[in-house]
Design a protein around this ligand. Structure first.
Ligand code: GLU
Length: 305
C-alpha cells in the first residue's frame, strides 16, 4: 500500500510555489475574502483510514461540488426519469453558459453545469418535503459530520450577484423545463452552493461513490451499484467544467470541482481524495488542487486507467 501520509505531505510541499498563481473567484464577493495561501488535502480509504495534510480540516465553500449530492437525491427520488430533463454529455462550454440552452431547447447538457443543476434542484424541490433539511441530512450522514452547515453570508453574496443564474433559470423556465418559482429554485441552489465542508468531510462524504453506492461505515445503501457507477462516469466526463478531458488525461479519476477551490476525486474500490486551494485556473478549477491530484495519482500509481 502506498504511504499516503508521506505522499500527501510531499505534495503539500511541492505545490507551495503554485499557491501564488491563478485567481480566487470574486464574482461571488464573499469568496474573494478567502486567503489564497490555504492548502489542504485528505484521503479516506475504504477501510476507513484517514490521511490529511495542511488545512484539510478547515471548512470552505463547496459550491458546485454540492451538485453531486443534489444529483444523488434526484436519482434516489425519480431514477432514470431525470434524463428526460437533463442530458449526460460534456458541454464544451463554460459552466454558466446560456448559448447552448438556446440551441438545445432548454435541455441542459448535464447535471453539473449550472443549467443542469437548476433542473436537478427543481426535481429535489418537487420530491422532498423539506429539501434543505434532507440535503443537509444526506451530506452529514455520508460524511459522518453532524456539524456541517450552510453559510448564509455566502448564499446572500451569491444571490445579490446571481444575475446569470437567474437568467439561466428564467430561460429554462421559458422552455417548460422548470416547475417551481424561479426564486425558490435559486434560493435552494444558492443554499446548496453555500454549504461549508472540509477536505476531510468531502473525502469521507464521497466514499460511498468509491464503494458501489454504499456508505462503508454505516452500511447504508445511498445509491445502487449501477447509479454510483453512472455518477462516477458523469464526474469523469463533466465534473471539472470545460476541462474534464484534460483532468481525465492529467489525473485519470472521476472528480468534481467547485469555484471555492475544492476538488473531490474517487478511485472506485479504493478511496476518495479531496483537495482545497482557493485560487483557480482559467477553466475555473483549483490550480494547485489540480496539480496536487495529478501528483497524487502519479505518486500512488492509482487511477481508473
Ligand atoms: N454557485 C456557483 C455559481 O453558480 C457555483 C459555481 C461552481 O462552483 O462551479 O456560479
Amino acid at each position: 500500500m502506498p504511504d499516503y501520509q508521506a505522499i500527501l505531505d510531499e505534495i503539500r510541499d511541492e505545490v507551495q510555489p503554485l499557491l501564488v498563481q491563478g485567481h480566487v473567484a470574486d464574482y461571488i464577493p464573499r469568496l474573494a475574502c478567502v486567503p489564497r495561501e490555504k492548502f489542504g488535502m485528505a484521503v479516506v480509504t475504504l477501510d476507513g483510514q484517514l490521511y490529511q495534510t495542511g488545512d484539510a480540516a478547515e471548512a470552505f465553500s463547496i459550491q458546485s461540488i454540492s451538485k453531486v449530492y443534489t444529483l444523488t437525491l434526484a436519482l434516489q427520488s425519480i431514477g432514470d426519469k431525470l434524463w428526460q430533463r437533463v442530458g449526460r454529455e460534456p458541454s464544451g462550454n463554460a459552466f454558466n453558459s446560456l448559448v447552448q440552452l438556446e440551441l438545445e431547447n432548454g435541455l441542459p447538457r448535464n447535471p453539473f453545469i449550472n443549467a443542469g443543476a437548476l433542473v436537478v434542484a427543481d426535481v429535489v424541490l418537487a420530491t422532498r418535503k423539506d429539501p434543505r433539511a434532507q440535503l443537509l441530512a444526506a451530506i452529514r450522514g455520508c460524511s459522518g459530520n453532524p456539524d456541517i452547515r450552510d453559510d448564509p453570508e455566502v448564499a446572500l453574496s451569491e444571490k445579490a450577484n446571481g444575475f446569470r443564474n437567474a437568467a439561466l433559470a428564467n430561460f429554462i423556465r421559458s422552455f417548460g423545463n422548470l416547475e417551481h418559482a424561479i426564486d425558490d429554485i435559486l434560493d435552494f441552489y444558492f443554499f446548496q452552493c453555500s454549504l461549508a465542508m472540509s477536505c476531510v468531510d468531502l473525502a469521507r462524504g464521497f466514499l460511498f461513490l468509491a464503494n458501489q453506492g454504499r456508505c462503508p461505515w454505516s452500511g447504508t445503501n445511498i445509491l445502487s451499484t449501477d447509479q454510483a457507477k453512472r455518477i462516477n462516469a458523469l464526474m469523469l466526463t463533466c465534473g471539472t467544467y470545460d476541462a474534464a478531458g484534460d483532468f481525465a488525461y492529467q489525473v485519470g479519476i472521476p472528480g468534481k470541482s467547485g469555484v471555492g477551490g475544492g476538488i473531490v476525486g474517487v478511485i472506485p474500490n479504493q478511496l476518495a481524495v479531496a483537495v482545497w486551494s482557493p485560487a483557480l485556473n482559467a477553466k475555473g478549477n483549483s490550480l494547485a488542487g489540480s496539480a496536487a491530484l495529478e501528483r497524487f495519482t502519479a505518486k500512488t500509481g492509482l487511477s481508473i486507467f
